[in-house]
Design a protein around this ligand. Structure first.
Ligand SMILES: Cc1cc2nc3c(=O)[nH]c(=O)nc-3n(C[C@H](O)[C@H](O)[C@H](O)COP(=O)(O)OP(=O)(O)OC[C@H]3O[C@@H](n4cnc5c(N)ncnc54)[C@H](O)[C@@H]3O)c2cc1C
Length: 323
């Protein structure tokens, strides 16, 4: 019988990503409701030392698949490794991150494990012993509840939505040797496009600019405020299409989905495709000179004014607060 709540931890550059702790804490909560164990699956090369960190957030067992072929990430190698651990242990629930890597991996896993999956979930609960996954539909216009009838019940979690709760477990490390079959792809080079900046999907604060920024040079005022607040700078598609910002900054349906504690939209009208990428942010502030802009319907705080007046004023106040 399928038993246990498993999750796939995600690492980058030798460190666990924040979403891994969100997955661990969520798995712990669900497992406690079911009276089950939490299993973490950690794949990579030289990753064993990271296992204890996952235990701290609720993993009873950390299955470590350590193999040079698992670094850097490729869909084929990771899907084989994770699928093997899942097949050997038959968990009833398998959670992944709805990050770029997690989306890629979970799509391959669903096929390999011949099961069902709810993607980009913003809430999960247990009802009658089964997982109920809540996920936005129609670009965030409504939320659907999904129940999966096959095992493992798979769900991917939207990063930054689920709380991280430390629970000081000792956790057992289980080393797993997976004989990787033929690998059809090889990473030749990794080209980083964020230039060491904070990624918009991982930032606690995101300040985004749209067409109202008028030109690429004006993003400097957002960069200045972002540097003070430790924030990432995002952009609407209009700003990206105009060549003002790189595609990696784009927030929205065809960009990245972000859920920071604070999202500040500057000169962004609030088209449905933009809202799809940021409406689960905890607090939304909109600065727009048009009082009828749809972004104000989503915003917790709105400033109807010229952003070129408001943003420098905010920067001045933040500087004062920071001394
Ligand atoms: C299939 C599809 C996918 C899409 N995916 C995305 C996506 O992922 N992300 C995305 O963002 N869009 C996406 N779009 C595009 C989307 O529909 C909008 O066109 C886009 O979001 C508009 O960008 P914007 O708000 O920056 O520009 P606009 O809609 O032109 O809004 C600019 C705003 O700036 C305000 N403004 C101007 N000057 C100032 C000033 N000085 N001070 C204050 N406010 C000012 C204006 O009042 C206006 O509200 C997609 C569209 C399609 C069809």
């Amino acid at each position: 019988m399928a038993k246990g709540v498993f999750f796939v931890a995600e690492c980058r550059d030798g460190a666990l990503r924040k979403v891994s702790f969100e997955l661990a804490s969520t798995a712990r909560k669900l497992a406690d409701q079911l009276g089950d164990e939490v299993g973490a699956i950690l794949c990579g090369s030289g990753v064993e030392s990271l296992a204890s960190e996952l235990a701290k957030y609720g993993a009873d067992k950390v299955f470590v698949v350590d193999n040079p072929a698992l670094e850097p990430y490729t869909t084929g190698a990771h899907a084989q490794a994770v699928a093997q651990v899942v097949k050997d242990n038959s968990p009833s629930i398998l959670l992944c991150a709805a990050s770029a890597q997690g989306k890629d991996l979970s799509a391959a896993l669903v096929g390999k494990l011949a099961t069902g999956m709810a993607t980009d979930c913003t809430d999960l609960r247990i009802e009658n012993g089964r997982l109920v996954a809540v996920r936005p539909m129609y670009a965030g216009k409504c939320y659907g509840e999904v129940v999966i009838s096959s095992d493992p019940q798979m769900a991917s979690l939207r990063p930054n939505v689920f709380p991280v709760v430390e629970c000081a477990k000792a956790g057992q490390v289980v080393k797993v040797d997976v004989a990787l079959g033929e690998l059809k792809t090889k990473v030749v080079e990794v080209i980083k496009d964020t230039g060491g900046k904070i990624d918009v999907t991982e930032a606690n604060i995101v300040i985004s600019g749209g067409r109202g920024m008028k030109g690429p040079e004006n993003f400097a005022i957002l960069e200045e405020l972002a540097a003070l607040l430790g924030a990432a700078v995002g952009a609407s598609r209009a700003a990206v299409d105009a060549g003002w910002r790189p595609q990696s900054d784009q927030v929205g349906q065809t960009g990245k989905v972000v859920s920071p504690n604070l999202y500040i939209a500057c000169g962004i009208s609030g088209a449905i495709q933009h809202l799809a990428g940021m409406s689960s942010s905890k607090y939304i502030v909109a600065i727009n000179k048009d009082p009828e802009a749809p972004i104000f319907q989503k915003a917790d705080y709105g400033v109807v004014d010229d952003l070129f007046k408001v943003v420098p004023e905010m920067t001045k106040e933040v500087k004062k607060l920071l001394g």
